[in-house]
Design a protein around this ligand. Structure first.
Ligand SMILES: *Cc1c(COP(=O)(O)O)cnc(C)c1O
Length: 491
């Protein structure tokens, strides 16, 4: 007798075929989402560590004591790396989003006051904080940034008041790699008794080795918590981040505990119940194997490649790097200082770069609360493996720019022009009623996004233009439909 409906080998073969259709996770051709150390030993180590803890339930470190030891040591490593003293404690979470959610939840629960607390941050703060405000009932107060993507400390300080439960700054921000004025904001927050979180999800494991930075981490007085993702520049598989918090009493607000049900006592530092210890074990193994020096060596490679790419982009006629990026990422915009026929639209550019086999990330333009406009950009995250493919990448970026120089950006009018006029008018109206699933799906069809094929459309520039042109609630609803349909059972 067999319990198998399908031979395990055949199941695995099908998974391998599915994986072959994914964007490549290694080799440096995808410049977002994946963080390739370029060292196969690191990937092997992570896989072995994950396998060793595969059956463990990370829910209960008193039953599975390895979980407590690994978490303690990873938190200790991160604390030393990020300037925390013995008053700093922390948790390993499943990712940057969970670290950010928990930082906000903790601050909300520690906040004393009436009404809804406020979450104060630059407009460039990661979307995870929008999610946190939404989940935990805070009012999101977003401060406009300058054209370099950097917020002014004064603009942040001006808005500090007793209803602010948490002020957040990024080190650096994801959209433009801008280093927010951590020291000034944290000092002002400290003076007013407001908690201050540094979102170093992307920077936390590289910026300690970056040249020429003034303090931005837990060394800064007034910084009360900090998030750093191990599954980014800690090169761990997805599912590992650290949230560090200053002060045991403050951090206890992060926990959820209840004995008020007929089952086992529940005491959770993080959002999940039963959870894998896989990413924690992998992160623990990598942290020990690489140590500070290993991370420093990999960071140095990122720094060289980022500098080379920044020089390259600045040297391409029609493109420019936004602001003064800090860390291994940068945003590329059209250079408005050259004549329109010499400009390179960063989204057409990204689409052409993709045709040459490299995946860059398109970011929409954005109108801030003060009416100022942040241009649409293309994002590149640089990893250690980038250095190995720098020549090929340089050639692709340069060629793609030559191919689209002078081609104007896709406009809202063009996007709407492709739709039946009644539909276009309805879409653009801010007070259109909420869409039901069927209508939303039909609209996706009109836009050409329902073709049933998996993955991204061939050209992303028109989709991004649509995102910029439509009212946000509508775009959000359409994207929800797109993603929801993707996982509906077929046939
Ligand atoms: C990646 C990132 C996050 C969110 O992290 P996830 O691991 O994707 O959940 C938050 N903030 C910044 C600055 C990031 O780069």
């Amino acid at each position: 007798m067999t319990v198998f409906a399908e031979h395990p080998d055949s199941v695995l073969a099908r998974l391998a075929a599915l994986r072959a259709a994914d964007a490549p996770t290694h080799g440096g051709h995808v410049l977002s989402y994946v963080y390739d150390s370029g060292l196969s030993e690191i990937d092997e180590l992570a896989a072995s560590a994950m396998r060793l803890v595969q059956p463990v339930n990370g829910l209960d470190p008193t039953t599975f004591t390895s979980v407590a030891v690994m978490e303690r040591e990873v938190v200790g490593f991160a604390r030393a790396l990020l300037g925390g003293d013995s008053d700093v404690v922390g948790s390993v979470t499943t990712g940057g989003t969970e670290s950010c959610l928990l930082a906000v939840k903790t601050a909300r629960d520690n906040w004393v006051g009436d009404g809804a607390p406020r979450l104060l941050a630059p407009v460039t703060v990661h979307a995870a904080f929008h999610k946190a405000a939404h989940y935990f009932g805070l009012v999101l107060d977003l401060v406009p940034v300058g054209s370099d993507g950097r917020v002014s400390a004064d603009a942040m300080v001006e808005r500090m008041a007793p209803d602010v439960a948490l002020v957040v700054v990024s080190a650096p921000s994801y959209p433009h790699a801008a280093m927010d004025p951590v020291a000034e904001v944290a000092a002002a927050a400290l003076e007013r008794g407001i908690d201050c979180h540094v979102d170093a999800c992307i920077g936390g494991c590289v910026l300690p080795f970056w040249g020429g930075l003034s303090s931005w981490d837990l060394r800064v007085p007034g910084v009360t918590s900090l998030s750093a993702d191990l599954h980014k520049f800690g090169y761990a598989p997805k599912g590992a981040s650290v949230l560090l918090t200053r002060g045991r009493d403050r951090q206890r607000g992060q926990y959820f505990a209840t004995t008020r049900w007929p089952g086992y006592p529940v005491v959770n530092a993080t959002m999940l119940g039963s959870k894998s210890a896989g990413a924690l074990a992998a992160a623990w193994a990598i942290v020990h194997a690489l140590g500070r020096d290993g991370l420093a060596t990999l960071a140095a490679s990122c720094e060289r490649s980022t500098a080379a790419l920044k020089d390259l982009v600045d040297g391409i006629e029609g493109l420019r790097v936004v602001g003064m990026p800090v860390g291994p990422l940068l945003a590329v915009a059209a250079d408005e200082s050259v004549a329109p026929e010499r400009r390179v639209d960063p989204h057409h550019w990204a689409d052409r770069v993709r045709a040459h086999g490299w995946l860059l990330q398109l970011q929409p333009g954005f109108t801030q609360a003060d009416g100022s406009r942040l241009p649409h950009t293309t994002h590149l995250t640089v990893t250690p493996v980038t250095e190995r493919v720098l020549d090929e990448l340089t050639a692709a970026l340069t060629l793609a720019a030559d191919e689209v120089r002078g081609v104007p950006a896709v406009t809202a009018e063009q996007v709407f022009g492709a739709l039946p006029p009644a539909v276009a008018a309805g879409l653009a109206s801010p007070d259109a009623p909420p869409l039901d699933a069927q209508t939303a799906f039909a609209l996706l069809g009109l836009i050409g996004l329902d073709d049933g094929s998996d993955g991204l459309p061939e050209r992303m520039a028109p989709l991004l233009a649509l995102i910029e042109a439509l009212p946000a609630p509508l775009t959000e609803r359409l994207l929800v439909e797109l993603l929801a349909r993707l996982v509906e059972p077929r046939g």
